[in-house]
Design a protein around this ligand. Structure first.
Ligand SMILES: Nc1ncnc2c1ncn2[C@@H]1O[C@H](COP(=O)(O)OP(=O)(O)OP(=O)(O)O)[C@@H](O)[C@H]1O
Ligand SMILES: [Mg+2]
Length: 392
């Protein structure tokens, strides 16, 4: 039997749960003249959602993650490179001739890849010229079928050069042959870019916020995956979702480990010994799910101990207090009760800390509720604090 849970990379097919409404929305935007801006915290499933729609569209799809791009020129280089992967050179070469800064192409026959660099030619604003020409190529090269151009971590363009948004918007807004899909995980920067009137990208496309997967749907998905190894898959799934709070990535990560434990004879034996003491398989015994989940959670917390400790040292004292408070009770951190409990004088101090932690992806805001993004980090904080109280 193969473990049915998958975490870390794009999921599709049997690894992909629900999102029916979101799929409908994304499909409808991509079949229109509009562009999509998709925002969610890290690892909520933006890329997977978009992939699940685009793979069925039978249209050229270009995907570029801006996190790995180092300059406007590098951005243009990578964009042109991806266009080369999608279309035959014969189609592209006509347009390349019009570039103000001539691209130098080196073809590597072994890998089939084309390496692109830009000559040292002069233009008024070299970076802007290179970017504009690369986007011009994207619009021109499409034939018949519109291209879907997905830019991941789009807020990173601000890091590359703060004049880049204006340059890009001025060319992208005229495009008729491309649907742009702009993904971002830094909510405040993305909001700023697409919802602030003065921003060049104001009202560029339809802004969609991706939520967690609804608990009931996700529970069914997890239970189905556990069917082969558990006689109480519904119970075990509920325990898993209780810990992961339906976070797509952490749910899959925990479910993966629980499945491994339940499937391995050793794991089942350990659980059975703990539960019934006779070494027989634990299947069907009360609490089987709970035991496997507890063990899996302990393992995951321990596995990340060094990373969490390193991370902990990067916070200032206020942030630490807020995180401790959230790890103990995540509700209403802006209430007087919460601030009093964690020993901070004012709610505005807590608010600034929450904003900071949110920008860094440590804390996420779900409706009006704040929580620590990683449920295992939350448990690590708790367990470390309890250790202090342990007397030999
Ligand atoms: N619809 C889904 N059903 C089940 N699991 C999912 C789903 N969407 C995401 N996941 C889980 O979350 C993980 C991260 O998904 P994905 O890479 O698509 O998210 P992302 O928002 O693009 O992340 P990042 O912020 O790192 O770019 C997947 O590997 C998978 O474990
Ligand atoms: Mg992604």
């Amino acid at each position: 039997m193969k473990n049915p849970f998958k975490f870390g990379s794009v999921v599709d097919g049997r690894h992909f749960a629900n999102r029916r409404e979101e799929i409908k929305q994304v499909k409808s935007i991509l079949n229109s003249e509009n562009h999509l801006i998709l925002i969610s915290p890290r690892r909520f499933g933006k890329t997977s959602l978009v992939y699940n729609v685009t793979r069925k569209l039978r249209r050229p799809v270009l995907h570029l993650n801006l996190q790995m791009v180092t300059s406007p020129e590098d951005f243009a280089r990578q964009l042109v490179n991806r266009i080369f992967r999608l279309f035959p050179f014969e189609r592209i070469k006509e347009y390349i001739k019009n570039f103000r800064i001539v691209p130098v192409l080196k073809f590597h026959p072994a890998s089939g890849e084309t390496h692109i660099s830009f000559s040292t030619g002069f233009a008024d604003d070299r970076d802007a010229a290179i970017i504009e020409d690369a986007f011009y190529l994207l619009e021109r090269v499409a034939s018949g079928k519109k291209i879907v151009a997905v830019f991941d971590e789009f807020q990173e363009i601000l890091r590359l050069d703060n004049t880049l948004p204006a340059v890009m918007r001025s060319v992208m807004q005229h495009h008729k042959n491309v649907n742009y899909v702009l993904l971002g995980s830094q909510e405040s920067l993305m909001r700023e870019m697409f919802e602030r009137k003065k921003s060049p990208f104001y009202h560029f496309g339809m802004v969609m916020y991706l939520d967690k997967i609804p608990e009931a749907e996700f529970r069914k998905f997890v239970a189905k995956g556990l069917e082969g190894v558990s006689s109480e898959p519904g119970n075990a799934a509920a325990q898993i979702l209780g810990v992961s709070r339906s976070h797509p990535y952490y749910t899959q990560q925990l479910a993966y480990r629980v499945w491994e434990l339940m499937n391995s004879r050793e794991g089942a034996k350990q659980m059975a010994e703990g539960q019934i003491g006779d070494g027989t398989m634990a299947k069907g015994k009360i609490g089987e799910g709970q035991m496997a989940v507890d063990q899996a959670v302990d393992e995951l917390v321990m596995m990340h101990d060094i990373d969490y400790e390193r991370l902990w040292h990067t916070f200032n004292n206020t942030d630490k207090k807020v995180l401790v408070g959230l790890s103990e009770c995540r509700r209403e951190p802006l209430s007087a009760e919460f601030t009093h409990k964690i020993g901070i004088a004012s709610t505005s101090t807590v608010f600034s800390s929450l904003k900071r932690l949110q920008t860094d992806g440590i804390v996420i805001k779900q409706k009006s509720d704040y929580e620590i993004d990683d449920p295992f980090f939350s448990r690590w904080i708790n367990s470390k604090r309890q250790q202090i109280d342990v007397r030999p």
